[in-house]
Write a protein that binds this ligand. Structure first.
Ligand code: HEM
Length: 448
């Protein structure tokens, strides 16, 4: 498969590595909870269907109802707690009594299969920083920061600009495009493979491996579990081998790419280079679907608010605050998960050790206790302390890069295609949610 072919083949679900790990909670959390006997003692009569068709189109009215009626809600069907108030979500993101280590959940979804079948996959995931609590997380984060130096970030600016321009060149004369397949999927993929210095000949493989690893993360009690496990394990081995080979090359001849920067940092600080593939693969996957979805959510929000588009047209420097408002108004990561390490109380509810807690970042971003008129999309909003990138020690490592991608992509789009509007004969289709983690579009046809 060519690289272009591979990029076009990217299916949302397949891109969901790292973040899609969270999908497993839907099945595993129930099993974990019953195993740990940590279901709350009371039966909550109120139900909120986060997967109802109207909630998929617009989740915010449901979040509002939850926040007002039961802000710390135990969802029996999903088997986890859901927080929807800003203050609870922010506190939970910083709460040391909550863990990010979800390895047991991945093993859990194997069911009766031998855990050896995913040993490469588990090895890869178990070294990922995003699965680590302090002190391991602290060390890994310091190392990972070395890949995101100011100098590196500045060098990425031209990569992002050139890639955006190339993608728009492809459609400029057509008068129409699909924002998702023509722009928001290929852009982060092409940017990240360049930033990591993945040779062009390896890019197609790179996408396939990312897909196979992600598919296993995303399996929901599927009967194909063995097949998914086999592919994921092979992909983990092959992907790691490629990164190991690149690390070896960059050790001999360092460049300015992310793998070179991380290799130097690991060597200087005496860390085991064997663990580097996990870090690289985590960063790569964390930066893909999140950004893809945020671009489509952003274009959708702007086109639905012509007054705000006008404001931007009059004053293009508003693009930075517009990007912050886009992330607040319709974040691509509406939930993130934690596991209670001990019994604790949130909002007067007793939560037992082992419980899974869904932190409603999207709901928190619409909390009127924090934001004036939260349902209003206002590209001049200030202050705008949204939780779209999380908070605390796991605050998004790629936030600066993500902001840069969004700013350059959206500014270029609006400058080059000033008459951008929805293609009314075709419908924008919100993502078919299989997970609470993601919010985006499968398709967003526009004309210009
Ligand atoms: C709009 C796009 C993005 C959004 C909305 C987003 C959102 C988030 C959120 C909410 C977290 C916190 C997770 C937690 O608390 O457990 C996070 C963590 C992370 N993000 Fe992003 N992200 C985006 C783009 C990126 C990019 C482009 C990269 C890198 C290329 C990246 C790399 C990471 C990493 C490595 C972590 C884990 C940090 C840690 O565990 O210390 N993200 N992101």
């Amino acid at each position: 498969m060519t690289f272009k072919g591979a990029v076009l083949c990217i299916c949302r679900l397949h891109l969901e590595s790292f973040f899609t790990a969270q999908l497993t909670f839907q099945t595993s959390s129930k099993q974990m909870n019953s195993q740990h006997k940590n279901m709350p003692a009371f039966a909550n009569q109120q139900t909120y269907d986060l997967f109802a068709p109207e909630a998929l189109v617009n989740s915010y009215p449901l979040y509002k109802r939850m926040r007002e009626e039961d802000p710390v809600h135990y969802c029996e069907s999903l088997g986890y707690w859901i927080l929807t108030r800003y203050r609870d979500v922010e506190a939970a993101l910083r709460d040391e009594r909550l863990s990010v280590d979800r390895t047991a959940l991945y093993i859990n979804q194997l069911g009766n299969l031998d855990v050896k079948q995913i040993q490469n996959f588990l090895h890869l995931v178990s070294k990922m920083m995003v699965e680590k609590d302090p002190p391991d997380h602290t060390q890994l984060r310091k190392l990972a920061n070395q890949g995101f130096t100011t100098r590196a970030l500045e060098s990425w600016r031209s990569i992002i600009q050139n890639t955006t321009d190339q993608l728009l060149d492809n459609v400029q004369n057509h008068g129409c495009m699909n924002v998702v397949s023509d722009l928001s999927i290929p852009l982060p993929t092409l940017i990240l493979t360049q930033i990591f210095g993945v040779p062009e000949t390896d890019r197609a493989n790179f996408i396939k491996w990312a897909m196979d690893i992600s598919t296993f993360f995303g399996v929901l009690g599927s009967s194909n579990i063995e097949e998914f496990a086999r592919k994921a394990d092979l992909a983990a081995a092959q992907f790691s081998a490629l990164i190991r080979q690149l690390v070896e090359e960059r050790r001999r001849q360092p460049g300015t790419d992310m793998i070179s920067l991380l290799t130097v940092a690991y060597e200087e600080q005496g860390f085991n280079l064997e663990e580097l593939p996990s870090q690289c693969i985590m960063i790569l996957n964390a930066g893909l679907l999140t950004t893809t979805d945020q671009i489509s959510n952003g274009v959708n929000a702007l086109l639905r608010h012509p007054d705000q588009l006008q404001k931007h047209k009059k004053n293009p420097t508003l693009i930075n605050s517009a990007v912050e408002e886009i992330i607040r108004f319709d974040t691509s990561v509406p939930f993130f998960f934690r596991i209670a390490k001990q019994d604790l109380t949130i909002g007067g509810k007793n939560i037992t050790a082992g419980s899974v807690i869904a932190l409603g970042l999207g709901a928190a971003n619409h909390d009127p206790q924090k934001f004036d008129s939260p349902e209003v999309f206002d590209i001049t909003r200030s202050p705008n302390e949204h939780l779209g990138f999380g908070s605390g020690i796991h605050f998004c490592l790629g936030a600066v890069l993500a902001r840069m991608e969004l700013t350059i992509c959206l500014a270029t789009l609006l400058r080059r295609l000033p008459n951008l509007s929805f293609a009314l004969d075709k419908q924008a289709i919100p993502t078919k949610h299989t997970s609470l983690i993601f919010k985006g579009f499968d398709s967003l046809p526009v004309k210009f």
